[in-house]
Design a protein around this ligand. Structure first.
Ligand SMILES: Cc1ncc(COP(=O)(O)O)c(C=O)c1O
Length: 362
């Protein structure tokens, strides 16, 4: 059977290896995973409690309108429920953007070394991917605007980007918005925004009321610690949300995810502790990299791109043999790098001493 144009070009998504898989394959215990930018603090205890309470109702379908979570999220963000679309992870929202707006032969612009799902969405929609070179480790928004044609439908901007960890500033974003015509949608993927406290990080929600062609995506998988539940969201004009809502599966967000997200949103202590843990871990890892003379990219997220003189895949394989799972990133154009998620102090220390051991023997 011949698939749609583009489908056979798709490389199946390579996620971080689950701990159980490594245990099974290598027969070793005491494994740590610093490979998928998850929250090392665990989920919010309030979220866990809310799920326990909701368990006895899971014979019923979830609320298809996601009423309470949308209501709480709208208050939290200072928007209306009509501005929100919930998804099975923000990845699903990105896919719904594609299914709603991208037709075969449309052009989709994103940066080289940008989060892999933009390419995936473009291919699923049989569109033409227009991949714009980076400026060092930064997305070049000027060059992305230069790449717009009459056929452009969507521009994906990851802010901050995964795996580089770099962000684009308010000024850069405003210049981009100025240059993008109304027939082109700009998607700001802000999966890690809650980790950022820089004053030049754009508050893109402010643009939603002025511009109809902007969609912001965010997630409960990172700072809120709910990656396993798959829940994320999009913020946009009511017109755009209404269109995407027609494409969304009726029960795309399960009951436990809905209650847990509501509880996590209000667990300010968990969010604050997660942010502080991440800052401390970042300093710990930077300090180690500086001391040992390893190059890395300063990150705005909960992960760091680190460079080596040798193959990143080999470094990742050796770490794996010793029970430390990190992510090789050759597929993003960084053959001599790995991406390490910032863990707890103990996990970071384990990564540090394991890597030191490996570097001493190579
Ligand atoms: C930049 C970026 N966007 C989106 C996602 C997807 O997150 P979710 O778990 O909400 O689908 C990730 C996950 O790693 C990411 O790094």
């Amino acid at each position: 059977m011949k698939p749609k144009i583009g489908i056979d070009e798709i490389q199946p998504y390579q996620g971080g290896k689950p701990i159980e898989e490594v245990q099974r394959e290598l027969g070793i215990g005491n494994i740590i995973k610093l490979a998928s930018n998850e929250n090392p603090l665990g989920p919010s205890p309030l979220a866990v409690a809310s799920m326990k309470e909701a368990m006895s109702d899971i014979n019923l379908y979830p609320d298809g309108n996601i009423y309470y979570l949308k209501r709480d999220l709208a208050v939290h963000l200072g928007v209306l429920p009509e501005n929100l679309l919930l998804g099975n992870g923000s990845n699903e929202v990105l896919q719904i953007v594609g299914e709603t707006f991208i037709s075969p032969n449309d052009e989709v612009i994103f940066s080289e070394s940008a989060f892999v799902v933009y390419q995936l969405v473009s291919k699923i929609c049989s569109a033409k991917s227009v991949i714009v070179p980076m400026l060092g480790f930064d997305q070049d928004l000027g060059a992305m605007a230069d790449a717009i044609t009459d056929r452009t439908k969507v521009i994906f901007v990851a802010n901050p980007n995964n795996p580089t960890g770099t962000m684009v500033t308010k000024n850069q974003v405003e210049q981009l918005i100025e240059r993008v015509p109304g027939h082109v949608l700009i998607i700001f993927d802000e999966a890690y925004c809650e980790y950022i406290n820089r004053s030049d990080y754009p508050q893109t929600i402010n643009y939603i009321s002025e511009k109809e062609n902007i969609i912001i995506t965010r997630t409960f998988a990172k700072i809120y610690g709910l990656a396993g539940l798959r829940i994320g969201y999009g913020i946009s004009s009511p017109e755009i949300i209404d269109l995407m809502n027609r494409v969304r599966q009726p029960f795309n967000c399960n009951t436990l995810a809905q209650v847990a997200a509501r509880a996590a949103l209000k667990d300010y202590q968990h969010v604050r502790e997660s942010r502080e843990l991440n800052e401390r871990g970042k300093t710990q890892l930077y300090h180690f990299f500086d001391e040992i003379g390893l190059d890395y990219v300063r990150s705005e997220g909960n992960f760091i791109l680190v460079h080596f003189d040798t193959s990143g895949q080999e470094i990742a394989d050796q770490l794996l043999q010793k029970g430390v799972i990190v992510r090789p990133v050759a597929g993003y154009g960084f053959p001599n790098s790995i991406r390490v998620t910032i863990g707890t102090a103990e996990e970071n220390q384990r990564f540090i001493s394991t890597l030191e051991g490996i570097l001493q023997t190579t």
